[in-house]
Design a protein around this ligand. Structure first.
Ligand code: PEP
Ligand code: MG
Length: 541
């Protein structure tokens, strides 16, 4: 029996045979060409064929799975239209007289490397697999090979270096018990898919090549892969698996049920999302709405400022899909760990304490107004709330409200319609906690961001792995800050939610309910277990 550890990206237990997924040898020959113009044409034809294949894949997956899962093929088609990518390939073919296969493969690798080096940006790291995937498609077409996808006949634990999005979506889902990859990130498509499929997944596991067809166990709670387990270990995990299944079945039964304690107190149980494609998880897990829509993705995905129209479309889509349930959009929160090159932000000594979130928006009001215009326009199509991150003072809120009024006035003048929009702030700095009584007079709601509130209260960088042991969100100072915020909010009729990771910690559900919290907003896959905890709480005792 051998054990390997990695990072769990989704919990659960899987027991079965390991299948090591090997990609075809994709080494590409480097040649000089006599007629670079003709070679470029050959490339252009291959791109057209690739786009047709991708469209067919999009249609297939949209019909057989859903549109969200198919989106990746639309992204791939867009990558094939990216000017930087195309120009780099063109230069290599036309300036260096090199063959198209080599140019595509080299440029694809360069772009992938560039993305995967964006260590502070998990989203872009995740896109490295996409650019490699789409480049190998073009190379395959150029070399005249047939399309191949991974297949297995019995349900298996899939072990791979990393899986390209087009590989994962084409896999027969009923035959996969778990994903284990050597590389990949929390935000990679394999991780996202595992969460959607509700199966355990591990990343950064250095499994041996000869694991193929060996009996295996994936422990998605402890982040472990066990090969050739002994009988005792197997027995232990069979028992755990059974319990896990029973738990899941019980949770499924909670769909459609109220988030009400035994003694009758009901709260809002909402979900957090980071992109439009997460909406299906929100709906599948029966969340009451969206308590935190991290709007950064629009900025991080793009190589330039997203336009009002692009943003409007994204917010409108989410609002419409939620069919009247509230969607709280958090305005841009970049800076610190989320960097965006085109903002031209200078490197800082202490980025977490630096130029970030609302500080950027109040400085760059052009960027802020564009986002607010898009959100207000989308509010006509559903129920939208807005919240502002990293607030530290009443003055900031007053300034924001002034800008909001300007935006509304100009939209009205232009004939745009908008709905009633609740305005709130994130309470994630100690200053906001101390000022919560005054702040409550200014806004409709508070949403406590425990991730940052813990970081700033304890003065522990949330990114610093070395301090993970003492980074304790259960610290009494953090809990007291939450209690103070709820109490002060309620003094002025301001409702108070929690949207940081702590909201999903079921060992604290009763504590939060006793503090009087009005909303818990958690990642979609945690909604039902939090509902379960709420329904088991009796506040009368
Ligand atoms: C938080 O700080 O708790 C929060 C929800 O925001 P983010 O994790 O995006 O900083
Ligand atoms: Mg935060």
């Amino acid at each position: 029996m051998t054990e390997f550890t990695g990072k769990a990206v989704f919990g659960g237990i899987a027991i079965g045979l390991a299948s090591v997924y090997r990609k075809k040898d994709s080494s590409v020959e480097k040649r000089t060409v006599e007629d670079p113009g003709k070679e470029w044409e050959r490339f252009e034809e291959a791109v057209e064929t690739a786009k047709e294949e991708l469209q067919a894949l999009y249609d297939k997956v949209a019909e057989e799975v859903d549109e969200e899962s198919a989106m990746v093929f639309e992204v791939h088609q867009m990558m094939l239209e990216d000017d930087d990518y195309l120009e780099s390939i063109e230069d290599m073919i036309k300036e260096e007289n090199l063959n198209a296969e080599y140019a595509v493969s080299t440029i694809g690798d360069n772009f992938a490397e560039m993305f995967s080096e964006m260590k502070d940006d998990e989203y872009m790291q995740g896109r490295a697999a996409d650019i490699k995937d789409v480049s190998s498609r073009v190379v395959r077409i150029l070399s005249g090979a047939a399309d191949e996808t991974a297949k297995s006949d019995v349900p298996m634990i899939l072990l791979a270096d990393d899986l390209a999005p087009s590989e994962t979506v084409q896999l027969d889902k009923s035959k996969i018990l778990s994903f284990v990859t050597r590389f990949g990130s929390t935000n990679s498509h394999t991780s996202i898919l595992a969460r959607t499929m509700n199966i355990p997944a591990l990343i950064r596991v250095d499994f041996p090549e000869d694991a193929d067809m060996k009996e295996a166990i994936v422990d998605g709670f402890a982040g472990k892969l066990i090969l050739e387990p002994d009988e005792k270990t197997l027995e232990h995990y069979r028992e755990l698996y059974k319990k896990e299944q029973e738990k899941r079945e019980l949770l499924e039964k909670l769909k459609g049920k109220e988030n009400k304690t035994i003694d009758g107190r009901e709260i809002r149980l909402f979900a957090n999302i980071g992109s439009v494609s997460d909406v299906s998880d929100v709906l599948n897990n029966d969340a009451g709405g969206i308590g935190l829509f991290r709007s950064e993705f629009l900025y991080l995905e793009s190589s330039d400022y997203p336009t009002e129209e692009e943003q409007f479309k994204a917010y409108k889509t989410v609002a419409e899909k939620l069919e009247g349930r509230e969607v709280i959009i958090r305005t841009l929160d970049i800076g610190a760990d989320k960097s965006c090159d085109y903002f031209g932000i200078e490197k800082e000594e202490n980025p977490a304490l630096g130029y970030r979130a609302i500080r950027i928006c109040l400085d760059r009001t052009d960027v802020f107004k564009t986002q607010l215009r898009a959100i207000y326009r989308a509010s006509h199509y559903g129920c939208i709330g807005i919240m502002f991150p990293m607030i530290i003072s009443v003055d900031e809120v007053r300034e924001i409200k002034k800008i909001v009024e300007e935006v509304k006035a100009s939209l009205k003048e232009e004939g745009h319609e908008y709905g009633d929009v609740e305005l709130g702030i994130m309470v994630e700095t100690p200053a906001a906690v101390f000022m919560s009584e005054e702040l409550a007079e200014e806004v409709d709601f508070f949403s406590i961001g425990t991730n940052d509130l813990t970081q700033y209260t304890l003065a522990i960088d949330r990114q610093n792995a070395r301090l993970e042991k003492i980074n304790d969100p259960h610290h009494p100072a953090v809990l007291r800050a939450i209690e103070t915020t709820i109490k002060n909010g309620h003094k002025h009729g301001t409702w108070v939610g929690i949207c940081g990771e702590l909201a999903a910690d079921t060992s604290l559900t009763e504590t939060f309910l006793r503090m009087g919290v009005d909303e818990l907003s958690v990642s979609p896959s945690r909604v039902l277990s939090v509902r379960d905890a709420i329904r088991k709480t009796d506040l009368s005792k």
